[in-house]
Ligand binder design. Structure first.
Ligand code: NAG
Ligand code: NAG
Ligand code: NAG
Length: 495
């Protein structure tokens, strides 16, 4: 075991060393929100979609679920809260938004709840994990879902991770008889009923995943309830045909867990470790986000985010990796490596790999502790880079790019400033993706039905400004439209 390689405290919670935060924030007249500016650079043809991030860390504003278009315009800011895995997924064949929200522990995991919203942003399901978990701060909670995974399966269940503090005899690896460590667990929960349909614990499979194989040194001040040893660091779970594949960052490995609980094989990022011969290009470490495609009895494609670095060790560029796993010959061959040679990134924690489309083969990488995202084309060339905060001062655990169509259940917001008989309007509709123009009508009262069309203004990003002259009524009705089709409206006083 790699002793002295102490990385736990900041594996996920970024180090708060970078104090200065000069990153610019957006301001609007019609919305009291200040999301970070999204600086976008396009260097090729991108796939359509919006950028989904959930920043947190050393910044005054914008700690929320955020959607931007790929020109950097804000589309949506959710409530102020620490989020993770903010993304679009399919539930019962419909596009829904899912995200984790809750409390981060200093040790690099969290306790929270998974929220599922429809395309009006109404919460349709709230998934929780109650139970007899032990947490480092001793606080009892209603839900212990960890932030690392919230994956909706084709059988309408949710796969989540959980961390539990457990006392364990660590004398065999140089610790104490009464040390505390973190168990790595995952759960499959039925979304409609919140019922647990499957659970698994790494500590219950200690023969298959021995503690001495952990790359995470015990460290000096670890082993208490407050600072338990994070031997495994589970950070992704996905369905396999007969079970699950999990990512254990602190073992540099993915494990296939049969649904009967047995660990069937280990795919290690190290040469001559685990059950496969891995080629040189496929070497990985401290990884995140293991995803599986095209599974057959003979093999599959496995994608992952290869951090290759820790807060204490910078080793190699962080890459996106796509691997062909040959179950017959027990070999792993590298299919794709994504690394922008113009902007090499060393991400010490967090991160994500998203295959955007099996038609275009574009891949979207979120760089975790480095506040950047990149889109790569089928030839592994970076076609988009976007940044939304200071590197290592702010992070988004994962980041995604998805197509998304939403018309919020709340109305647009409008502020009107009058001067003599004209008015200046600022109009926005947080979260709305479908409208392309604003129509403005006169109104004699807030609930008047007699409206006269004055003008229409083309949408410009999150907020649109417009002027009205020869104003004769004390109110204006402002309608967000797609072409001539009204989607939402607000009446605003201009008196
Ligand atoms: C968490 O660990 C404690 C021991 O520290 C144990 O009693 C409890 O059952 C565990 N919780 C779960 C959900 O496994
Ligand atoms: C689980 O299933 C696999 C595949 O059939 C088998 O090899 C393994 O022995 C099973 N384990 C248990 C505990 O039944
Ligand atoms: C899955 O297989 C199809 C058909 O061979 C192929 O077009 C596609 O690229 C594969 N997907 C991945 C992620 O390997």
């Amino acid at each position: 075991m790699a002793r002295g390689l102490l990385t736990t405290a900041s594996t996920l919670l970024l180090s708060m060393r970078a104090l200065a935060d000069d990153w610019p924030f957006m301001t609007f007249q019609s919305a009291q929100i200040n999301p970070p500016k999204m600086e976008v650079k396009k260097t090729g043809t991108t796939d359509p979609g919006y950028i989904f991030v959930g920043p947190r860390g050393n910044q005054p504003e914008g700690i929320a679920a955020l959607i931007y278009d790929d020109d950097g315009n804000l589309v949506y800011q959710g409530p102020t809260e620490v989020t993770a895995n903010f993304k679009v997924q399919k539930y019962a064949n419909e596009d829904v938004i899912t995200f984790w929200a809750g409390n981060m522990m200093d040790l690099g995991f969290g306790y929270g709840t998974v929220h599922i919203l429809d395309n009006t942003y109404r919460e349709i399901y709230t998934v929780t994990l109650p139970g007899d978990f032990v947490s480092p701060d001793g606080v009892a909670r209603d839900s212990y879902i960890d932030l690392h995974e919230s994956h909706v399966t084709t059988r309408n269940t949710l796969l989540v991770t959980a961390y539990n503090v457990t006392q364990f005899d660590l004398t065999a690896i140089g610790g104490k008889v009464d040390d505390y460590m973190l168990d790595a667990m995952f759960y499959e929960i039925d979304i409609a009923t919140n019922e647990i349909v499957y659970s698994w614990s790494a500590l219950e499979h200690i023969q298959a995943i021995p503690l001495e194989q952990s790359k995470q040194g015990l460290g000096e001040d670890y082993g208490t309830v407050e600072k338990p040893w994070d031997a495994y660091h589970i950070n992704s779970v996905e369905l396999m045909d007969e079970g699950y594949i999990i990512s254990l960052r602190h073992y540099w490995s993915g494990y296939y867990v049969h649904r009967n609980g047995t660990v069937m094989w280990r795919l290690s990022g190290e040469r001559d470790v685990g059950d496969f011969q891995i080629d040189d290009a496929g070497i990985f470490s401290w990884q995140h986000d293991i995803r599986v495609y095209n599974q057959t009895s003979e093999g599959m494609t496995i994608d992952l985010f290869n951090n290759a670095n820790t807060p204490t060790e910078t080793v190699a560029p962080t890459t996106g990796l796509s691997l062909a796993v040959d179950l017959v010959n027990r070999k792993v061959t590298t299919l794709r490596t994504m690394n922008d040679g113009e902007d090499v990134i060393h991400s010490v924690s967090q991160g994500s790999y998203q295959l955007m489309s099996e038609q275009t083969n574009h891949v979207f990488l979120g760089y975790g502790s480095i506040t950047k995202v990149k889109e790569f084309d089928a030839n592994n060339n970076a076609v988009l880079t976007a940044q939304f905060g200071e590197e290592n001062a702010v992070a988004s655990y994962r980041a995604y790019k998805f197509q998304w169509r939403a018309t919020p259940f709340w109305p647009p917001t409008v502020v009107a400033k009058r001067s003599s008989n004209s008015a200046t309007l600022h109009m926005s509709w947080n979260g709305a993706t479908e409208y392309d123009n604003w129509a403005i009508y006169t109104a004699s009262s807030p609930d008047s039905m007699e409206h006269t069309f004055i003008t229409s203004v083309k949408r410009t990003g999150f907020e649109t400004a417009g002027d009205v002259r020869n104003l004769r009524t004390p109110y204006l009705q402002v309608v967000a439209r797609k072409g001539n089709v009204p989607l939402g409206s607000t009446v605003v006083p201009v008196a």
